[in-house]
Ligand binder design. Sequence first.
Ligand SMILES: Nc1ncnc2c1ncn2[C@@H]1O[C@H](COP(=O)(O)OP(=O)(O)OP(=O)(O)O)[C@@H](O)[C@H]1O
Length: 361
Amino acid sequence: MTTTSDTQGLALHFQVRRGDFELAVDLRLPGRGVTGIVGPSGCGKTTLLRAVAGLDKTPGGRLHLGERCWQDGAQFLPTHRRRLGYVFQEPSLFEHLSVRGNLNYGWRRTPAAERHLSQEELIEWLGLAPLIDRPVSGLSGGERQRVAIARALATSPELLLMDEPLAALDPTSKQAIMPYLETLHDRLEIPVLYVSHAPEEVARLADHLVLMERGRVLAAGPLAELMTRADLPLARADDAAAVLSGTVAAHDDHYALTRVALNGGTLTLARQPRLEGQSVRLRVAARDVSLTLSQARDTSILNCLPVQVVNIEPYDNTRVTVHLDCSGQPLLARITRKSADDLALSGGQTVYAQIKTAALL
Ligand SMILES: Nc1ncnc2c1ncn2[C@@H]1O[C@H](COP(=O)(O)OP(=O)(O)OP(=O)(O)O)[C@@H](O)[C@H]1O
């Protein structure tokens, strides 16, 4: 995650009542990178985004973006004066205009001195060149959403809000749009608040997480930490996973493999279309990690890393989740309670994590 000083970040404080529901949040978020906002349906994610956008009045709320104050006491900047882009689940486009017409709309509304994103950049990042003169009414769902994102960015916002932008897309379109979102993640220098239900989507895109439950913030912090914290629901879920950061070390064209260097060793994956030296993130599901006391040599599993046991948490009657430290990065292993007893696992012990598969994010 990009570190930022407090003066560059987003500071928000809202206490909002909607019928029986109350949202009460007090957060400081990074001034760059993607913050995933996750939590069960009805926990207040959209209410939070709408409060940030100023779409709903939230008396007593406070919102500062870097040095700028959007809301504090009597001061309340209306939505149209907040430099923000908002992308919804269903793209709202000007149906009678072409893709370029939609982009021009945001572009023309922005004074030249405030434009920090060029139209050419947006067209390139979102792959819009082949569509640029087409009317948006004829585009597919994924294409329309790419246009909606580009249009939201065409005003050169200082904050981008995305509320389940992929939820209305079919699985194939979701996969197809992901690389564009990753490009934005790498290029954008503004904070992005990204609401999603899908843990895998968030693991791919977010640097930072806010976990919400019943209108409250359960925890906020770096993604890798929150995904694996024993006291939070993500590490207790059936699909619990860790996110490891590494660098592409080398490709082995003979065996069609790519080696990724981590602090504590190397992971080998199927050949990946990434450049050597490139920073990458890997998602390692807890159920794909097994543990051994010594470094097995007679195994078909390529990936075996020395790790330290941090603690062991019950998962169900049969299994436990072992929290591990992989040279400074958290990793999870879901193994049977019997195996944990047979190996006499205990905190502080050094063991080897055999990783069946790791997915490049
Ligand atoms: N205007 C309103 N009046 C009464 N209740 C409201 C109003 N707006 C939102 N709520 C309630 O506030 C709660 C939070 O809604 P919100 O849409 O923010 O949740 P969410 O986490 O975004 O949910 P989902 O993931 O299903 O989109 C819900 O229980 C909702 O019914």
